[in-house]
Design a protein around this ligand. Structure first.
Ligand code: GAR
Length: 196
């Protein structure tokens, strides 16, 4: 059985879309794959409750617990890797996981680590993507599923979805339109990787 571990920091709606797609399409039987754990760096991430109520194992590795460490990022990533590796995942899925990962972490999961970002990469990596797309006058925005490399919001693109930017869009309205597409392309991209 191929295990997927999903990392979240917040509402976890992409995680929920993946879990629901996996259950609806019966990935366990058809793809020999299952979501084996949902891990958050925040104990108060709303997505944890959804994961628990859908039978997922959950864990919290709180990044703040490592702030007094000599090398906090490395210490946090080492603890996170230990938690993830309990599941020997075929795929580690970043789904709104809002931490910058060390090169060591990325190398450890080389070929098994993917992310979704709410812009048409390589445009608008980083934060505030929707407002930046509106401010730039973009007519189109979207989302990108990509393999994770050591450089933030880079890496080979696996899938993209495009939405129009409307004249009266706010960051909030554009974000909602993009997020609806994220919920479609992320499960699709994962299914394709599992079939490859
Ligand atoms: C999503 O829009 C995702 O693309 C974005 O955070 C949101 C998480 O929503 N990720 C990033 O910005 C990563 N750079 P969710 O918790 O409801 O899935």
């Amino acid at each position: 059985m191929k295990n997927l571990v999903i990392l979240i920091s917040g509402s976890g709606s992409n995680m929920a879309a993946i879990v629901q797609t996996a259950q609806r399409e019966d990935w366990a039987h058809r793809l020999n794959a299952r979501v084996s754990a949902v891990i958050s760096n925040r104990a108060d991430a709303p997505g944890l409750a959804f994961a628990q109520s859908h039978g997922m194992e959950t864990a919290v590795v709180d990044h703040k617990a490592f702030s007094n460490h000599a090398t906090p990022r490395e210490a946090f990533d080492a603890a996170l890797m230990a938690e993830i590796d309990r599941h020997q995942p075929a795929l580690v899925v970043l789904a709104g996981f809002m931490r910058i990962l060390t090169a060591g972490f990325v190398a450890h999961y080389a070929g098994r680590l993917i992310n979704i970002h709410p812009s048409l990469l390589p445009a608008f990596g980083g934060l505030n993507t929707h407002q930046r797309a509106i401010d730039a006058g973009c007519r189109f925005a979207g989302a990108t599923v990509h393999r994770v490399t050591a450089e933030l919001d880079h890496g080979p693109i696996l899938a993209q979805a495009v939405v129009p930017v409307l004249v009266d869009d706010t960051a909030q309205s554009l974000s909602a339109r993009v997020l609806a597409q994220e919920h479609l392309i992320y499960p699709q991209a994962i299914r394709q990787l599992l079939l490859a």
